[in-house]
Design a protein. Structure first.
Length: 450
């Protein structure tokens, strides 16, 4: 019996009975610890989570021998005795003030749990639904029930299965048909506390036909002294002619480990632009998958990762062109210093019926330290014959000629390097359309390359 992984199509044997029993034991421990589960919302979620438990037990945590995780050994990060939890609010409102963005709708999650009393929803248009995913399922929201796990139902990603099995809360967002949300929605994700905890928040974002949303997500550590592992999963469904701008700022401390699964379903004539800015965190793995299911869709996937000290950031992307006459453009840039490790492992898959596809993928990296490391693996897998697809990667040090020229004009070495690095990063930050958030990001980038 064999299992085929979704991103690599590489087969591996299903585990033996002893390993399956071991996986079930670990999973049951986490289930008992987590307390609240989506299963409590009704039989639908109960069936989904039960199936995920069975699927995870058959696979277990990934290792370095798992092709999709070869550059990030998730199992080694979870060796610590983490206790699975579904969030707790142990901060005051004043302690989170600095992570909220003025004039935006702000949704606050602390340790993966939605905290409505700290959220700022007064400017939220009445047409837009934002609430706890747990509550949406419990109330029988038709969209939530129909779309929950629709993108990740057939996943062979063990971390997505684990999230589905353990999730107890998260955010549900729904934008109605023909409505353009005039105010950006900001989800502030905050980790805090002293204990070694394992969180599995689950989110669902649904854009009805011809709707528009700018969704900003930020990740922070506040009064955080205990090591945490957050395994989050988000499903995005973008219906026909809808448009999504999704900007992500990852800025946690070295005690934070994060695996971030994202699944985008992009339908006919729709458009999405995702920009991930990864600045800090002990271990960070971004795992976006995009299914382009309808004609004339357009996808932009951009990322900037700045890695320092002994930290590790992995960007593992998959874009599947399943329909003709579509376009995707992917750009990831890395600045890696000290003893840090960066990863870009991206794949574009073009199905046989996806004729007239235009797909582009680029990864560019700068190594700032003698012991800095980058693992880069851009990939194309094409089964259609009438396409235009390119991919490539470059890695090197800062341009010595440019550095010499700037120093010959009176700039000291540190300032010259900072200017060159900011210029390198700007190609990604310029893809952020919201001016206020782009300004914030450029300030953060400047602080992190000093």
């Amino acid at each position: 019996m064999e299992l085929v992984t979704a991103k690599t199509n590489i087969s591996r044997g299903v585990l033996g009975e002893a390993e399956i029993i071991k996986n079930k034991s670990l999973l049951n421990k986490w289930i008992d610890e987590a307390g609240t589960h989506l299963t409590e919302t009704g039989n639908f979620a109960k069936g989904v989570q039960k199936k995920a438990e069975e699927n995870f037990a058959a696979i277990g945590l990934p290792t370095k021998r798992t092709e999709d995780f070869k550059y990030t050994n998730i199992r080694s990060y979870l060796q610590d005795d983490y206790a699975a939890k579904n969030g707790s609010a142990s901060l005051t409102e004043s302690e989170i003030e600095n992570v909220l963005i003025d004039d935006f709708v702000s949704v606050v999650l602390i340790n993966g749990k939605y905290i409505p009393e700290y959220s700022r929803l007064k400017n939220l248009p009445k047409e837009v639904t934002i609430k706890s995913l747990f509550k949406a399922l419990e109330e029988g929201n038709e969209v939530a029930i129909k779309q929950f796990n629709s993108g990740l139902e057939k996943t062979t990603n063990p971390m997505a299965m684990l999230n589905t099995a353990l999730a107890g809360d998260g955010i549900f967002i729904s934008i109605p048909e023909n409505f353009s949300c005039p105010i950006p929605v900001h989800i502030a994700n905050i980790c805090t506390g002293e204990a070694k905890n394992f969180y599995n928040p689950r989110h669902l974002v649904y854009l009805h036909k011809n709707s528009e949303l700018t969704l900003i997500e930020s990740y922070h550590s506040v009064n955080h002294t205990g090591k945490t592992f957050t395994n989050s999963a988000t499903e995005f469904i973008i219906e026909d002619t809808a448009s999504l701008e999704n900007y992500i700022l990852q800025d946690e401390d070295i005690l934070s480990q994060r695996n971030d699964v994202r699944h985008f379903t992009v339908n006919t004539g729709s458009r999405m632009n995702s920009v991930a800015i990864s600045l800090n965190g002990g271990m960070l793995r971004n795992d976006p998958t995009i299914f382009i299911n309808g004609e004339n869709a357009e996808v932009h996937l951009n990322g900037l990762f700045i890695v320092k000290e002994n930290c590790h950031t992995d960007n593992h992307t998959m874009v599947e062109h399943r329909a003709p006459n579509c376009m995707s453009n992917e750009l990831y840039k890395g600045i890696i210093g000290d003893n840090a490790t960066g990863v870009f492992n991206g794949k574009i898959l073009v199905y046989r019926d996806a004729q007239k596809t235009n797909a582009y993928q680029s990864n560019k990296n700068i190594l700032m330290g003698d012991k800095s490391t980058i693992n880069t693996k851009p990939q194309l897998e094409i089964y259609a014959d009438d396409v235009r697809c390119t991919h490539g990667t470059t890695t090197g040090k800062l341009n010595e000629e440019a550095l010499f020229y700037m120093r010959s004009r009176g700039l000291n070495e540190k300032l010259a390097k900072n200017i060159l690095l900011q210029s390198f990063a700007k190609e990604v930050s310029n893809t952020i359309k919201n001016e206020a958030f782009r300004t914030l990001i450029e300030q953060k980038i400047e602080e992190n390359i000093q």
